[in-house]
Design a protein around this ligand. Structure first.
Ligand code: G3I
Length: 383
């Protein structure tokens, strides 16, 4: 009899703890329920999504997770599917976080993006040390086949290759280029297609408003299509700022890429409100501006974002989305590179330790004027 009462007590304690935890979570997120939803207005035009970080994937940031589930119909893993995390050592795969990421998408019936199969950055150390073509080829084929096959029928779209071009339109001399030659891009797309013939395949890059860089991508896409290699879309990362690039430059990207017979996607949209050192643009992550750290001129809004800049950010997002709506027949997805300002990579790039405000939700998970502007625009467009 004693034993039974012990078990009963344990079950009772578990129920109390579980109920109070989920109640607390609901309390934390119930204030988000009143916020109008972006996907309600935009899902008829294009998939609308957000990049989600490890804390969201592991359920450690329930407020952001609630925002993602209520505002968006698509998700992208900010880091959890990158080579350094998935295959940290040769032929040793770790899919724990990636599986959790995919399950969030499946549970919410979302459009699930895989980011990223082939990228010169965030590679594990062993990849950097490879010197032979045959060894590189083996890992290249094994990684793409293992990862895409695992999520066949679950991940809808893959960033197959990321940032393969320089600003002048030449191919970046990455370890993939140097060891496998300039057709490593085509090889990656073929491998991904073979592993999951139904997956939607994307080439992803930044600074595509630069005519020469866009020209290199256009030549690549034309070459692949002439050979019958499946490529469905070109991802424009869209790490932009308040005044750069211009709306005309953005529109030209859309027009030039859609002429190729592929979709245009805006895959990593965020809008920095901070000054860029040396008129820096794009997302070349290898640049280092440590000497500007602590420079108040480079971090002007440490306490809060002035109303005037909030309004500028809202107008910038609204102007960009007016363009997206105008060309929604050419655009298949718009994804924000993050959920709320505090977790944006732009707080530490290109200068560490800054306070940036690039996204639609602020540091208290409140919807910003920029979010309101997109809701208003979307509701007018839906009328
Ligand atoms: O995982 C480690 C953690 O163990 C460690 O304690 C911590 C210490 O700083 O670092 C963690 O790794 C960080 C990683 O994000 C995961 O959080 C790296 O330092 C950090 O450099 C890395 O930054 C990511 C960046 O890619 C890497 O280049 C950003 O979060 C991510 O937003 C950014 O995303 C890229 C896209 O994938 C491709 N397009 C450009 C975009 C911006 O660079």
């Amino acid at each position: 009899m004693k034993k039974k009462s012990n078990n009963f007590n344990l079950i009772l304690i578990f129920c109390i703890v579980f109920c109070s935890f989920s109640f607390a979570n609901n309390l934390n997120t119930s204030f988000l329920d009143s916020i109008d939803s972006l996907k309600k207005y935009y899902i008829s035009l294009f998939n609308i999504g957000a990049a989600i970080n490890k804390d969201i994937i592991l359920g450690l940031d329930m407020e952001s997770k609630h925002i993602v589930e209520s505002q968006f119909n698509s998700i992208t893993p900010e880091n959890s599917l990158k080579w350094m995390f998935i295959q940290p050592s040769p032929n040793s795969f770790n899919f724990k976080d990636a599986d959790k990421y995919v399950n969030i998408g499946l549970k919410n019936n979302m459009h699930i993006v895989g980011h990223v199969l082939v990228w010169h950055s965030q590679l594990p150390d062993f990849m950097q040390k490879i010197e032979s073509k045959s060894e590189m080829n083996n890992h290249f084929e094994s990684h793409i086949n293992t990862v895409v096959s695992r999520y066949k029928g679950k991940i809808d779209a893959w960033d197959v290759v990321n940032e393969a071009f320089n600003d002048d339109g030449s191919l970046r001399e990455s370890i993939f280029y140097n060891l496998l030659g300039n057709n490593y891009i085509e090889k990656a797309f073929k491998l991904a297609h073979d592993a999951d013939p139904k997956a939607y395949l994307i080439y992803n890059d930044y600074n595509l408003y630069k005519t020469k860089k866009r020209g290199g991508v256009i030549r690549m896409v034309k070459g692949m299509k002439s050979k019958g290699i499946k490529i469905d879309g070109v991802g424009v990362q869209a790490h932009w700022s308040l005044n750069h690039p211009s709306l005309d430059e953005i529109e030209q990207i859309i027009l030039d890429i859609s002429k190729l017979g592929v979709d245009v996607l805006f895959t990593e949209l965020d809008i920095s409100v901070l000054p860029n050192p040396w008129e820096l643009v794009g997302a070349e992550v290898n640049q280092n501006f440590s000497k500007f750290e602590g420079d108040p001129k480079m971090n002007p809004y440490k306490e809060k974002l002035p109303k005037s800049i909030q309004n500028k950010l809202a107008k910038r997002y609204k102007d960009i989305f007016k363009l997206f709506i105008k060309h929604s027949d050419k655009i298949s997805r718009v994804t924000f590179w993050g959920v709320m300002d505090k977790h944006s990579w732009l707080n530490d790039w290109p200068i560490k330790g800054r306070i940036n405000y690039p996204l639609l939700f602020d540091r208290k998970y409140q919807a910003k004027k920029a979010h309101k502007a997109l809701i208003e625009l979307g509701s007018i467009n839906n009328d």
